[in-house]
Design a protein around this ligand. Sequence first.
Ligand SMILES: [Zn+2]
Ligand SMILES: [Zn+2]
Length: 155
Amino acid sequence: MKEASLALTAFILMELVASLAHRLIFHRFGYGIHESHHLPRAGIFEKNDFYPLISACITMAVIALGIWVRPLQFLIPVGFGMTAYGVAYFFIHDLAVHQRAGWLKMNPSWFKWHYQAHMLHHRFSGAPYGFVFPVVPKRLKKYLPGGNENPSKNE
Ligand SMILES: [Zn+2]
Ligand SMILES: [Zn+2]
């Protein structure tokens, strides 16, 4: 049970880590790589795919450390939580929101919360920065579809 709660805690904390990285790294000094995600994609991949790749490598290193170093065994369930977050991120952000797999048709309404929140991020290149539990700031709620402001006014 201790392992399950470690994995769950890691999963939830990863949203914090991912949104902070998205805000403070991807949209600042790391924007040279992330920019590709905010432009139309030319092929199957984009330069920004480098970031999930890096986090997969970090996750593998965490699990390896848990396996090799006995006192750090708790890192194994932590790494599993991180992996589960990566899978959720990929499923929600890449497959559901951005529809990157043409063969996998998903109804955007299944992920309406994520879709609307993330489209807001793409529109203003600002908040919300989260992916799995995105929190739309109050001041931006009016720009969500169905809000009381016409979004095209500000474009
Ligand atoms: Zn996106
Ligand atoms: Zn972004």
